[in-house]
Design a protein around this ligand. Structure first.
Ligand code: HEM
Length: 407
């Protein structure tokens, strides 16, 4: 579960609860506040929606430790906001892979690993490149100027995912608005539960379709594994829900943010265009530098935990701020500078530990192919003179909503 929207500080005696830090309107971030917090209040309380608060953790070492600490779990929507007593039993909840734990989580990770391995993604590169080329051909045909988000950075990772996982591309007009509602559903718990129920029903129907009409895709593969009991339907459902909720949106945000950032540095754009051997390191640096994950991972302490000298009590929510950790000077020299040739880059963009990103190799391939396809087709790509990008200034995942470009 992710706290997609910030909220006002919770009322009550805790006067030192901060407003949820957001980048200044019209900018990406990470919030300037993060740099100050790393200095003086590296573990501090912030307000979330529904009168909840969380510990906001900004230093690299603390974030790194938290991500792999088994004493903190990822809460389902039914456990949110945290309250004493057993979790509410009112609906299916948005149980994705992140909220599974223990042997069942391990079994599912084992089953999906081959499809998302570095080798499998490498074998798939020609298909991924063909999808990028198809979209850019259509974009080019529309002539300049055009919006690169609507035409490319948004649909491209979704096309790749649908093709790999076996989600029908033509269903997107139905599931995209439902996903928007589910991920913004923290506004009221009831609405969140209603839309997650719809998503559950959709994935259950997809699983039934794969049983009756198997395809050459990851969902079919997993459905087969239910036949001998290696996996259960609930686990395949958790996988399907994961793909819908985190399998394409974040890649699109990173791609849009990366292109936006590079186009504002024409020298860097030209350097990449002319020195393709820089791409692997450049992609890692863009993953470190892009401030998309300003607070999207939400953890719940199951026992008292010491974090950066602060006692976090059992039941407290904790947000390890990946975008802030990736700009921590104690881990990265000249952390605020985009250095496409950075040598030592242990960024935390894909998390860490048993819940680290399943799709890391795929995400890297999407960024690489996406940027290279743009460099090939539009070597002179530039921000459109007449229009500025639009931003969703209320979202914690910052990336441009539109990217007007010319060529
Ligand atoms: C640039 C793009 C991406 C970034 C930065 C990213 C980042 C992350 C992070 C930080 C986590 C860990 C969250 C936590 O600790 O709770 C995560 C988990 C996950 N990601 Fe990604 N992700 C990206 C793309 C993808 C893609 C393309 C897929 C699949 C197609 C994917 C699938 C998953 C899944 C299934 C999990 C949950 C794993 C588990 O709990 O076992 N991600 N991702």
């Amino acid at each position: 579960m992710t706290p997609q929207s910030p909220g006002a500080p919770a009322p009550g005696p805790e006067a030192d609860v901060l407003d949820f830090p957001l980048p200044p309107p019209g900018t990406m971030g990470p919030p300037e506040t993060c740099a100050r917090l790393r200095e003086s209040r590296p573990v501090t309380r912030v307000g979330l929606l529904m009168d909840a608060t969380a510990w906001y953790v900004t230093r690299y070492e603390d974030v790194r430790a938290l991500l792999a600490d088994p004493r903190l779990i990822r809460p389902t929507i039914n456990d949110w906001p945290p309250r004493p007593g057993p979790a509410a039993d009112d609906g299916p909840g948005l149980v994705t892979m992140a909220e599974l734990d223990g042997p069942r989580h391990l079994a599912l990770r084992r089953s999906v690993a081959p499809a998302f391995s570095a080798g499998a993604v490498r074998d798939r590169l020609p298909r991924i490149q063909a999808l990028a080329d198809r979209l850019l051909e259509e974009f080019a045909a529309g002539g300049p100027p055009g919006d690169l988000v609507a035409a490319f950075t948004e649909p491209f990772p979704l096309l790749v995912l649908c093709d790999l996982v076996g989600i029908p591309w033509q269903d997107r007009d139905w599931f995209l608005p439902v996903l928007d509602a589910a991920l913004g559903g923290m506004v009221t718990a009831e609405e969140g539960r209603r839309v997650t129920g719809l998503l559950h029903a959709y994935v259950a129907e997809l699983i039934a379709r794969k049983r009756s009409r198997p395809g050459d895709d990851v969902l079919t593969l997993l459905v087969r594994e239910t036949e001998d009991g290696t996996l259960t339907d609930d686990e395949v459902t958790a996988f399907g829900l994961s793909m819908l909720t985190v399998g394409f949106g974040i890649s699109g945000f990173f791609l849009a943010g990366s292109v936006h950032t590079l186009l504002r540095r024409p020298d860097q754009w030209a350097r990449l265009r002319d020195h393709r051997d820089l791409m692997p390191g450049a992609v890692e640096e863009l993953l470190r530098y892009m401030p998309v994950m300003n607070g999207t991972v939400l953890l719940l302490a199951t026992e008292d935990v010491e974090v950066g000298g602060q006692t976090v009590r059992a039941g407290d929510a904790v947000i390890p701020v990946l975008a802030s950790a990736n700009r921590d000077e104690s881990a990265f020299a000249d952390a605020g500078r985009l250095d496409l040739c950075r040598a030592d880059n242990p960024h935390l963009a894909f998390g860490r530990g048993t819940h680290n990103c399943v799709g890391a190799h795929l995400a890297r391939a999407e960024l690489t192919v996406g940027i290279e396809a743009l460099l090939d087709r539009f070597p002179g790509l530039r921000p459109a003179r007449s229009r500025q990008p639009l931003w969703d200034d209320q979202s914690v995942t910052k990336s441009p909503l539109t990217l007007p470009v010319g060529w």
